[in-house]
Write a protein that binds this ligand. Structure first.
Ligand code: 16G
Length: 256
């Protein structure tokens, strides 16, 4: 369980502006948006009321009012004897999460059949990017699946996916769809954060995608999370930008 020990989030300069309404309302709005943006993750424990009042430089009554409102909204939970926690059940969010598409589904929606050519599958020692993105403990290994993805036989994307080994113990099991396997195990991601950049292809990547050296493609790095907030997939992908009109999925957050 995480402690919200990053006090910067609660300091007055993070949430208080003169003339923007009562303090408890501003604090309430700030915490609500930190929860819906994921800055305060599910299961995070808030500092005790007295500490929170001290960090936020407000009275305990102000903290109590803001927290009470968030509890009423169902985004915070007070556990007797334990403290106040960000709730993990977010029904409204889960509804929108069905929009998190896999390559296979994305292509199916467009009437295309997807196939995967496996370039590499196995369990490896993680590199620093994987370690950070997946929050892997020291010494943990990582399952990797590298694929060339095609639609109706046309090469569309190269994807290098990494997952914790307890989530994907057998990377050899991945044939066409990774998400089908995760769904079957009840560990499909429900939220993803993507970073999209334009890059130019070089060497072997260009040849695999049947594009000339230097062709512009989209690079999309996706980190995907379980509803609990645990990161379980880190995929770096190169997508043909000329034919792959990629849509960044958005997540509808709960309204504060
Ligand atoms: C999408 C995802 C990728 C995921 C894959 C699973 C993006 C940018 N990337 O390509 O992260 O691993 O779908 O697809 O959307 P699959 O279930 O067909 O293997």
């Amino acid at each position: 369980m995480d402690q919200a020990d990053d006090t910067a989030l609660f300091r007055p300069d993070a949430w208080f502006r003169t003339g923007r309404g009562p303090r408890y309302e501003q604090l309430y709005r700030h915490l609500a948006s930190a929860i819906s943006s994921g800055d305060l993750q599910p299961e995070t424990q808030l500092p005790p009321e007295r500490d929170l009042a001290e960090i936020a430089e407000v009275s305990r009554v102000t903290v109590r009012k803001a927290v009470a409102q968030l509890v009423e909204d169902g985004v915070l939970e007070q556990r007797r004897g334990a403290g106040t926690f960000v709730r993990s059940a977010r029904p409204k969010m889960e509804h929108s999460l069905s929009a998190l598409l896999s390559f296979t589904e994305y292509m199916r929606q467009r009437g295309k059949t997807s196939t995967s050519r496996i370039l590499r599958r196995g369990v490896f020692l993680p590199n620093p990017d994987e370690q950070v993105a997946l929050g892997l403990p020291g010494g943990a290994e990582v399952s990797r699946v590298d694929r060339l993805r095609s639609a109706d036989g046309m090469a569309m994307a190269l994807e290098w996916s990494s997952l914790p080994t307890d989530i994907l113990p057998q990377p050899e099991a991945v044939e066409t769809s990774l998400y089908d396997i995760l769904r079957a195990m009840g560990t499909a991601p429900s939220r993803a954060v993507q970073r999209i950049t334009a890059v130019n292809l070089t060497g072997p990547d260009a040849r695999l995608l049947n594009l000339p050296d230097g062709a512009a493609v989209l690079r999309i790095d996706r980190t995907a999370y379980l509803p609990s907030g645990r990161p379980i997939e880190y995929t770096r992908g190169l997508y043909r930008s000329d034919i792959y009109d990629f849509i960044a999925e958005l997540r509808l957050d709960q309204k504060p």
